[in-house]
Design a protein around this ligand. Sequence first.
Ligand code: ATP
Length: 222
Amino acid sequence: MLLTVTDLRKTYATADGPFDVLRGVDLTLDAGETLALTGESGSGKSTLLHLIGGLDAPDGGRIVLDGTDLATLDDTGRAAVRRGTVGVVFQQFNLIPSLKIADNIAFQARLAGRYDAAWCQTLADRMGLVSQLNKYPEQLSGGQQQRVAIARTLAPRPKLVLADEPTGNLDEATAANVLALMLELVADTGAGLLMVTHSDRLAGQMQHRLHLALGQIAGPVA
Ligand SMILES: Nc1ncnc2c1ncn2[C@@H]1O[C@H](COP(=O)(O)OP(=O)(O)OP(=O)(O)O)[C@@H](O)[C@H]1O
């Protein structure tokens, strides 16, 4: 199993006292599987993604990623997971304005020491970005920028792709197109994909679907 989350718990300290945002979340994801995570605003979807991505630490439970219990890692180990095993796509594109598109696509792969020029070229080609490679992010449309962000995430060939509303600020037609491309490329790399979305339509394009409510998985959605 690529990802096993068991009884995951997270509590935030707030002005009104402790707030249990995750109250025992269980999920599994295998390599090559796609899973949509839905839930109302504030239900803890982003928190769950951050914990799985090693960006924050849980208060209880276990996350085993590619055979490694994240709790056994120190900061350096978690940073290595973030660079190598996991790739994250956010709603905000977070491209580097001073770098050309080609270098934005290559950025994380270079950081991870896994730059592969031919694969970056393939990603650019499949994402329809070949004619944009010498431009800067500000010269691209939102849909194009999001395709760059996805290509950048896939460039180091992460085993697990976490996506937090990756098409949330694109119009519906562009969002569907970008998601279809992402699903194709994730399938090609054999990675697992866990994607947060508010859209029933986009969730319907994924193999599995879970709903988060009251800090727990409320079960698969038909
Ligand atoms: N660092 C923090 N400190 C305190 N409370 C937080 C913190 N981060 C998130 N929260 C609270 O935890 C709850 C869950 O937040 P989270 O962002 O995980 O939800 P979400 O399901 O991703 O929401 P949305 O769909 O609106 O993005 C919210 O009530 C939020 O206000």
